[in-house]
Design a protein around this ligand. Structure first.
Ligand SMILES: NC(=O)c1ccc[n+]([C@@H]2O[C@H](COP(=O)([O-])OP(=O)(O)OC[C@H]3O[C@@H](n4cnc5c(N)ncnc54)[C@H](OP(=O)(O)O)[C@@H]3O)[C@@H](O)[C@H]2O)c1
Length: 427
């Protein structure tokens, strides 16, 4: 007790008055969460929604459809943006930052598409934008990348960053559900985006990887500059093969430093061996593995979707505003010279109903070849830029899954020729 008396009193925490945009899955979750943590000294003054006729569990006085009411209210010092329309969200966040209000958002699509401008606005107007909920929901990854891995040089960040695709793949592989039923369950449980194409076609994971790249490596790039696909083409036969070989299939986002100032960045389905940490990240959980020079390996796991896990990250950002926390974007400002490249090779498994749908000429080398009536596949090495530029492997009849250790920086052609001759029984 005497010790406590000697400690100087903490500065009085700021009173935060929130203008909340959105009262859907996450907005409602945040409302509940804030009302069970009264110590935060935070109140929601008004909630802006889109549809004035929708039935709500709060009285009409809580709501407005006029966003200006929140954005121009001098009492409101924090705007929390939790809507599902990225374009409208950008206008809201832009105006709030210009008006000097702090902003918390979970809108990865809006942030990834406007990273440059949002950064400029923060520097120009000195206002704060926090968005921990936008990447892996409840996993505190952005603040860790900003603060903990400040000086320890990261060599890679990889993981499962989309809760609904992980939910769907888990249900297909572990419980034998069909893709359609698994997606329906994900939607019913509030894990899927209101437009599920964002999840299943990989756009959401690419948005998250582009945000992670900024905080992990100081690289600001649009998601469309990243090689990515989703899980829509994964077939029952792929799941069957994975089971036979005791492998899992996960949609994995990878950012890995290569030799020199280059970084490989992609989001693709991948076979995962049973003893990989990611193999046991199931359902709506997300998992991230960081590797760095001194700390070596860290594994983060937590719920990557859903009302309360996402609201928890938003709450943590709101709480951080009380002590004026802001991202410093140090890695970006230090300009390490690191840039994304597609100049490397990937070892891939490609299956198709018709073997002719697989463009064999695009491969540097085909290692395995399987040809049965409705189960055709090859395993081979392909240049990442051929995938980035190519379209055949994105067709719905073709499924491309990375092998367990997919990145190959340089190909040893002499070795390949020797192995091919040996396979053919020539040497
Ligand atoms: N759900 C998750 O697990 C999760 C996880 C991480 C991040 N996020 C992100 O969190 C955000 C919200 O997701 P959600 O799942 O809560 O979405 P949601 O359930 O579809 O709710 C969207 C809310 O936004 C409101 N809205 C849409 N356009 C608006 C506009 N122009 N002005 C004011 N309000 C508007 C809707 O109003 P009405 O109620 O009137 O329709 C609704 O209340 C999205 O950016 C999403 O990517 C979601």
């Amino acid at each position: 007790m005497d010790i406590i008396k000697k400690i100087p009193a903490l500065p009085l925490s700021k009173k935060l008055t929130i203008g909340l945009f959105g009262y859907g899955v996450v907005g409602k979750g945040l409302y509940d969460v804030l009302h069970t943590t009264p110590a935060l000294q935070t109140s929601i003054k008004k909630i802006c929604i889109k549809d004035p006729l929708k039935k709500r569990n709060l009285s009409a006085g809580h709501f407005t459809t006029n966003g200006e009411e929140l954005l121009n209210d001098p009492d409101i010092n924090v705007i929390v943006e939790l809507i599902d329309d990225a374009d409208a969200a950008f206008e809201i966040v832009k105006t709030a930052l210009i008006n000097g209000k702090a902003v918390v958002s979970a809108n990865k699509k809006m942030i990834a598409a406007n990273f440059d401008t949002l950064l400029q606005l923060q520097f120009e107007y000195g206002s704060t934008l926090l968005y921990e909920g936008s990447c892996c929901a409840s996993i505190p990854i952005i603040r860790n990348l900003e603060e903990y891995y400040d000086n320890d040089l990261l060599s890679s960040v990889k993981g499962i960053v989309n809760g609904s695709t992980n939910f769907i793949l888990s249900k297909i592989l572990n419980e034998g559900l069909s893709f359609k039923d698994a997606l329906l369950q994900a939607q019913q449980l509030g894990f899927a985006e209101s437009n599920p194409a964002l999840d299943i076609q990989g756009h959401d994971a690419a948005n998250k990887l582009s945000i992670l790249l900024a905080h992990a490596f100081g690289i600001i790039t649009l998601p469309q500059n990243i090689l990515y696909s989703g899980i829509t083409a994964i077939k029952e036969s792929d799941a069957h093969l994975a089971k036979q070989k005791n492998l899992k299939i996960k949609l994995v986002a990878t950012a890995m430093k290569l030799d020199g100032e280059k970084l490989a960045a992609f989001v693709l389905p991948q076979f995962i061996v049973a003893d990989d940490e990611l193999a046991n990240v199931n359902n709506e959980f997300n998992g991230l593995i960081t590797e760095s020079s001194f700390a070596d390996k860290h594994f983060f796991k937590g719920k990557g979707a859903g009302a309360y896990p996402t609201a928890a990250a938003v709450l943590s950002d709101i709480s951080a505003l009380r002590y004026d926390y802001k991202y410093e974007y140090k890695k970006y400002l230090q300009q390490s010279g690191l840039s994304i490249t597609n100049d490397y090779y990937l070892k891939v498994f490609v299956s198709a109903n018709d073997l002719n749908d697989i463009v064999k000429d695009d491969f540097e080398w085909i290692e395995e070849w399987h040809n049965e009536q409705s189960n055709n596949w090859v395993i081979g090495i392909i240049h990442a830029d051929r995938l980035y530029q190519g379209t055949w492997w994105r067709a719905n009849e073709v499924s491309l899954i990375l092998t367990e250790n997919p990145i190959i920086e340089n190909i040893d052609y002499k070795k390949i020729v020797k192995q091919s001759l040996a396979l053919a029984g020539i040497i």
